[in-house]
Design a protein around this ligand. Structure first.
Ligand SMILES: C[S@@+](CC[C@H](N)C(=O)[O-])C[C@H]1O[C@@H](n2cnc3c(N)ncnc32)[C@H](O)[C@@H]1O
Length: 193
């Protein structure tokens, strides 16, 4: 099986990637992360999706590519310069609401159990404010993270945090976890009650 043979990225992706490289944005997600996000988004017709950490909009583009017309996506990033790329290429999509601000604030403003998928790709909602992020999931809702496999730029402190996060997710009552050695290392948690 060739992981890369059937990716078929969204048509807008090369343009966003081009701008991502020009901006020297180094935190871009990998195509396989996007491909899984697109599948998971497609499994939530009528759903409300949340992305913490828009970046330049690469993962946003994959999510939108999987979403039905009646699905909504809120995506937040504190950095208006990188998010401007997402705004330029994806901002006209009526299903998407881009928020410029701190994800920890946005997380606390949302109604508990009102989302069907949370892609947590910033510190808030992952290494901080995890309870708040998980609390937003409806029954059957999915919590998705990447960057779980070791990376060259990790500090020793970060390398210690990652297994602690996975162990924490595995212990949560009312959730089911799968860890995937896919892309940069992913974990998917489903709310089961
Ligand atoms: C890993 S990158 C996101 C990559 C993006 N999802 C993609 O697919 O390419 C993390 C992003 O989180 C943003 N960020 C960092 N701290 C944040 C915070 N407190 N609130 C919102 N966004 C934050 C950064 O500006 C950065 O764009």
């Amino acid at each position: 099986m060739d992981d890369f043979a059937y990716l078929s990225p969204p048509a807008v992706l090369p343009a966003i990637l081009n701008r991502t490289v020009r901006l020297a944005f180094s935190m871009a997600s990998e195509p396989r992360t996007g491909a899984l996000l697109r599948v998971l988004a497609a499994s939530k017709p009528g759903g409300c999706l949340l992305e913490l950490g828009t970046g330049t909009g690469l993962s946003t583009a994959w999510l939108l590519d999987g979403m039905d017309q009646d699905v909504t996506l809120i995506s937040v990033d504190v950095d208006s310069k990188v998010q401007a790329v997402a705004k330029e290429f994806l901002g006209a999509d009526p299903r998407l609401r881009l928020v410029t601000g701190d994800a920890s604030v946005l997380l606390r403003q949302q109604v508990p159990k009102s989302f069907d998928l949370v892609f947590a790709d910033a510190m808030p909602g992952k290494y901080e404010f995890l309870d708040e992020a998980l609390g937003l999931l409806r029954r059957g809702g999915l919590y998705v993270i990447d960057d779980m496999l070791p990376q060259a730029n990790w500090t020793d402190e970060h390398a210690r945090k990652v297994p602690r996060l996975i162990a924490d997710l595995a212990r949560r009552p009312g959730f089911r976890l799968a860890t995937l050695a896919w892309s940069s290392g992913m974990a998917v948690l489903a709310r089961s009650d």
